[in-house]
Design a protein around this ligand. Sequence first.
Ligand code: ADP
Length: 608
Amino acid sequence: MLPNRKVSFRFWILKIIFAVTASVLLNYFELESTESWLYDLRVRLTPTTETSNIFELVLINEDSFKEKQKFPSISDLQKNLEKILLAEPRAIMITFSPQDLEGLDSEKLQFARRFEGEKNLYFTRDELRPENEFQTSFFPAPFENLPVGFAPKTHDRKSFAKDGVTRRLILSYQGQAMLTKQLAMLWNPELVNESKLNGVFDFFGANQTYVDFRPSGSYSKNNFHEVVNLPIEKWTNKIVILGFDAQRKFDDYIMTPHSRQATYMHLPEMQANMIDTLVQGTWPVRFSETLNFLLTFLISLITIHGVLVLRPSQGLILLGGLVLGYTLWTWGLFAAFRWWWPLAHPLIAVFLCYYFFIPYRLIMENRKSWEYYQKNQLLKQVEELKTNFISMMSHDLKTPIARIQGMTDVIQKDASPISHQQREALDTIKNSSDELLKFINSILNYAKMQSDGVELHKTAKDINQIIEDVLTKHEFLARVKKIKFHAELEPLFPIHVDPDLVRQILSNLIENAIKYSPEETQIKINSQEKDGFVCIQVQDHGGGIPEDELPHVFSQFFRSKNAKISPIKGSGLGLHLAKYFTELHGGELFVESTYGKGSTFTVKLPSQ
Ligand code: ADP
């Protein structure tokens, strides 16, 4: 394994360990109320399921009170029940106790006798009784034999979210089916086998599901005092649920995910919602703790990775996308399948991991930038030293060389006779000092270019004039190697250039052509104006440049392998400087070369 692979593998292991730790720590907190709050939000933002048209609610409300300045009596209830029973409803559920209504003892007795053992009529009991206590009566005399049905409401008071909201319904308790389930089974027989139902869970011996609540007011309701006037068919085959909506006591109401107002939904509507959930089989299915842990882990891992590895802007986009994407995903699952995926732990994991690992990342970044800063400072100092040293050295060398050249000239021009050997020695001194001066000039130009750049001093100049000057200057060198210049110069208009720099560019190209060509060859120089550029080409028939070296010839200090082993001298700076000077004019310098056949260097200078 490569070392960096090893490092990144180790880094991943570390990230996984961090993510597991974060998930374990987070899952230690139940966060049930946050989770339920987010669940309620999903419920409110999701279109509600259509109601099944099998419920009729009959409500004793303020209007019933206003009518007679008192609540209906037991005999009013008897009258209404008799009327409804005539229509053969599927069931009648009465969500209050018979003793809640007033009446004479004789009326109460009559009521009790009339409905004793009545089929399909139930006084609902909001309680769970163990089987052995089931037979004891629920109401005081004379109502002790009235039929009852268990249809308790649930509150998240002491368990779950602990916010008092009703979210669950009970199907059965210790194997005893609740009235809610019994009635729902008339439409949905599949409810019989609770263990096969997805989403049913056990809580202290009670099998439960979540309720698919509609907002309050979704079910058809009727006023209690108007029952006598309503058409009788209204009740046929329906579940008729009677109850109070008179803001009489808190127990008559529940809070649901749709609202936390204390009097949000009355008991008849709650029963309708519960039975309807079972009839349609649309109860929300809550996913397990294991999934919660896995998701928290995955999201922690992505967050940690985002914070530690990505650039801050990318990390922020990733985390924002993660929070938004995951929230939308869970909402989509709820809207489409009524699946309740955990949201609280995974979302909190994002923020926790973000705030935990950001300082760590900042410290690392700070350390890195401090190191970079230090290195940079050091490099700057070294660079400064180097530049100073080079220019100082070059300047100090130039004066003695100029002196050597001057003295050589004086001796050469002196008429006194000197031997042949002495003349040769003088020529060698002259050539060597020329070479040294050229080398120093290159280094000086390079140092200038590296520090504050070279300034252009432009004047209008005929390029052909410069070419001719340069050729004249190099004639002697060419003659030594019996090389002939062949110039084809088209007449040109003067253009604005720095004549000194153009002279240096062309000198370098022509000098190279002479240096790298064998004896008795020809060097072609031509100039022409084309497409707004003055093009100068220097073509030689020398050894050419190997293909693999072509891309490097303009690099600083580059010398070809052949040049390095040959006696031809050079600094490797000439072409680099020539290119730099050309580009300073807004032009181009490039080369075409065939190894073994020769090279053509082209300089293009803008004519304007
Ligand atoms: P040098 O001082 O070595 O000549 P240059 O920057 O002028 O430095 O050139 C870089 C290298 O490019 C040379 O070492 C040589 O290998 C190659 N080169 C330049 N001009 C020619 C040419 N006309 N023919 C063949 N090779 C050349």
